[in-house]
Design a protein around this ligand. Structure first.
Ligand SMILES: [Zn+2]
Length: 582
């Protein structure tokens, strides 16, 4: 089956209302559904879903499209991953992608790398049973990791430098593909498994694909305790959250009160084992906006559970602000005595850890506690600097009552008059507004009304449209892409032509589509209107050509320019007469 045809059928089989209701609370209004936009922070709903056209559009931030683009953008994944995810849900099998003109080459390659990584994960996991995996089994026993946990996280072991290479070659994969997947490297003509001798943690994307591995050294002498896959075509650590795939399964059963964000694989696994099964981990870097958005699909609240004095307080704070700016409520659990969550649970029991979560500090309170450690409040200058920073931090709260409460306790703490602090807080109002609550700027659109009408008429299947006119009027660019895409869909007899446009056209231009698809034909909708528009646009194009020729003549004095412009004038005259005779 041809790829576009497959996508069209997939869109027919997918219920966009049901899909989007997993991410936003939809309310029926007439024929459509409304919600607060899941793509930007807002309190009044400007996001609407059209059940008939199977399209969505946000009037606040301009995001819009079909089921495929929705999944792509909300999950922050590649288009092909979105298609695969919806296809899995619809019980449809992806067609073999033909690399016609290299059009789907990147998609094809991505799917191949997923298969390869899945095979590799399977092999590493089976290796745990090998007589040569004694050291890995000992480690699992020492860390008290039972078989169901090993299975849930797909843990494994890399036996030696070449086992995985031989195994994957046996399955038909090439060394080049293994290298592209980040599994092997070459040293002095010899290829080797970059993870050899390590305990393996598959890193699984939110669509359920193995995209990378983390490996923990077991011999105690390797240069790095943990090693992660390098960046590859299918793995970007700034867009990945470890164990997010498990949250997804749990989320289906009901909403999650909170997500626990910890530092490493072993923390996540220890917490799951103890029953805290909403634990995830960032990939060892500062949190990114993409990760924050992904988390927000599962819960509105995140509790940070980093090691006592782990990853550098400043880096952590920046990450926490990113979470807050994405609209998440952030709390910070303070783990005592430089221990990690695993050690707390082992030494003091899971109740002790539960209590730590209960007592987690709201982000602002946590920041203030960090600030306080930085300054000596008995020193006058320090106290002034601390107060200024504290007020700035308190101002980030949305709730005026909360702001007042914090200011009052700051006043009690520093001895500054509450009136002074309130005045200082006002000072920051305009400069510190979080940028994310504002919808992103809409793109400027220079297309005229006539052009929009022609495209809309074509998309909506008006009989008076002759595609040849459109091809002449729109030689290139966005408009031409729209025309070609519609022509192509028509020739294949596809339904949902408008919805298909979103999948077919390059990202970035899609914001321009709603204006065309939802065009209002009440004032203009006849063959005569159409002809008049076509003639007017064709003439405008020709006139533009004449002025170009005139400019060229001024420069070159080439007689040919005059001859050509006379020809064009004749054509314009003919066109005008044609228009008048109708
Ligand atoms: Zn929006």
């Amino acid at each position: 089956m041809e790829f576009n045809e497959f996508c069209s059928r997939l869109l027919e089989k997918t219920d966009i209302v049901k899909l989007i209701s997993r991410y936003a609370t939809l309310r029926r209004v007439g024929n459509s559904f409304k919600a607060c936009c899941p793509f930007h922070n807002e309190r009044t709903p400007s996001f609407s879903v059209d059940a008939n056209k199977q399209l969505y559009h946000c009037f606040g931030c301009g995001k819009g499209g079909n089921a495929i683009t929705f999944v792509r953008d909300i999950e922050n994944i590649d288009t092909i991953d979105a298609i695969k995810m919806l296809a899995d849900e619809a019980g449809m099998e992806l067609p073999k992608l033909s690399g016609e003109n290299g059009k789907h080459f990147d998609k094809e390659k991505r799917l191949k790398l997923y298969e390869l990584m899945r095979e590799a994960a399977r092999r590493y996991n089976e290796n745990l049973l090998s007589p040569r995996a004694e050291i890995a089994r000992e480690y699992l026993v020492k860390r008290e990791l039972p078989p169901n946990i090993v299975t849930r996280f797909g843990l494994g072991y890399s036996l030696d430098q070449t086992d995985i290479i031989k195994y994957l070659e046996g399955k038909g994969y090439t060394k080049a593909e293994m290298k592209d997947a980040g599994l092997i490297e070459q040293k002095a003509d010899k290829w080797y498994d970059v993870f050899y001798g390590r305990l393996m943690f598959p890193i699984i994307s939110n669509t359920g694909e193995v995209v990378a591995f983390g490996g923990r050294s077991l011999d105690g002498v390797s240069y790095a305790k943990y090693r992660n896959s390098a960046q590859t075509e299918i793995f970007d650590k700034s867009k990945t959250v470890y164990a997010l795939n498990l949250l997804k399964k749990k989320r289906r059963a009901g909403p999650l009160d909170y997500v626990i964000m910890c530092e490493g694989y072993m923390d996540v696994i220890a917490l799951h084992k103890a029953g805290f099964d909403t634990a995830v981990a960032s990939m060892g870097t500062a949190l990114t906006a993409t990760q924050a958005k992904q988390l927000k699909n599962y819960s509105d609240k995140v509790i940070i559970s980093y090691d006592g004095d782990g990853a550098g307080q400043k880096a952590t704070l920046r990450g926490l602000d990113i979470l807050r700016e994405s609209g998440l409520t952030v709390k910070v659990a303070s783990i005592p005595d430089g221990l990690d969550p695993d050690e707390i649970i082992n030494q003091r029991g899971k109740e002790a850890y539960g209590k730590i979560l209960d007592e987690a500090l709201p982000l602002v309170a946590y920041k203030l506690s960090i600030l306080k450690k930085k300054y000596d409040l008995n020193d006058r200058d320090d106290k002034t600097a601390y107060t200024a920073e504290a007020v700035r931090c308190i101002k980030q709260l949305d709730n005026p009552v909360e702001i007042e409460e914090y200011l009052q306790s700051l006043s009690a703490e520093t001895g500054y008059d509450i009136g002074v602090l309130r005045a200082q807080a006002k000072l920051y109002v305009d400069t510190d507004k979080p940028a994310t609550s504002e919808p992103p700027q809409k793109e400027e659109n220079k297309r005229g009304f006539f052009e929009t009408f022609l495209l809309a008429a074509y998309i909506n299947g008006k009989e008076y449209v002759d595609p040849r006119d459109l091809e002449e009027i729109f030689p290139d660019g966005f408009e031409r892409n729209v025309v070609d895409s519609i022509t192509d869909s028509r020739m294949r007899g596809l339904k949902d032509t408008a919805a298909m446009l979103y999948t077919d056209l390059p990202e970035g231009v899609q914001k321009q589509l709603p204006e065309i698809i939802d065009f209002d034909f009440s004032s203009i909708d006849s063959k005569a209107d159409y002809d008049a528009c076509v003639i007017s646009l064709k003439c405008a194009k020709l006139e533009k050509k004449i002025s170009e020729l005139a400019a060229r003549y001024d420069e070159t004095k080439d007689i040919e320019c005059l001859r050509e412009s006379n020809e064009i004038r004749k054509k314009i005259k003919q066109l005008r007469e044609l228009g008048g005779s109708k």
